[in-house]
Design a protein around this ligand. Structure first.
Ligand code: IMP
Ligand code: MG
Length: 180
């Protein structure tokens, strides 16, 4: 079916273990009271779904959608906010969730807009962070895995909207190095 998969970079077992560790950290940082979770669609949905089931505190879920890899490309084309579905977060503790930190343009676009809604706090969790200078310039609070600057799919991440349902994070045969 997916015979263009090159190799498994991070297995589902490793992801599941790390997601539980991140949830422990997030729980410790948000000890009392409720939080608002905001996944960036579509890539963060799988990570978010697994993460929130390890979080015990009361929560609401908002969401927003950003398109950053339009069409069949493996390079970020700059982020565009396409949907915004976030209730009143003024005075709330917000955790923004994205699948991967690559060029950083998604977080640079989205975070000031959330911050402008005056949450009590805003933390950011990414499952993956690519090894490239642009990614290291963006401060994030929770990182699942640091990975090389290669294009990956699976566990929510797509190529041309496919592969999101793969349980592992994998590289593709035709993918080269992303720009750094
Ligand atoms: P950034 O805005 O360049 O930091 O990239 C963030 C978004 O680009 C992510 O939410 C993904 O949707 C997409 N992206 C970046 N790197 C990859 C990758 O290796 N595979 C699939 N999608 C990626
Ligand atoms: Mg994507």
């Amino acid at each position: 079916m997916h015979n263009d998969i090159d190799r498994i970079l991070i297995s589902h077992d490793r992801i599941a273990h790390r997601v539980r560790e991140l949830a422990t950290q997030i729980t410790a940082d948000h000890a009392a009271g409720e939080i608002v979770i905001i996944p960036v669609l579509t890539g963060a949905i799988i990570f978010c779904a697994d993460l929130i089931r390890c979080l015990p505190m009361p929560m609401r879920i908002g969401m927003l959608a950003v398109s950053s890899y339009p069409g069949k490309t493996m390079q970020s084309g700059g982020a565009n906010l396409t949907h915004w579905h976030i209730g009143d977060i003024r005075g709330k503790r917000v955790v923004l969730i994205d699948d991967i930190l690559d060029s950083g343009s998604t977080l640079r676009l989205v975070r000031p807009q959330i911050q402008a809604m005056q949450p009590a706090s805003l933390k950011t969790a990414v499952l993956l962070r690519k090894d490239r200078p642009a990614a290291r310039e963006v401060q994030v609070d929770y990182v699942g895995f640091d990975i090389p600057g290669v294009f990956v799919v699976g566990y929510g991440l797509d190529y041309n909207d496919y592969y999101r349902n793969l349980p592992d994070i994998v590289t593709l045969k035709r993918a080269g190095e992303t720009r750094t």
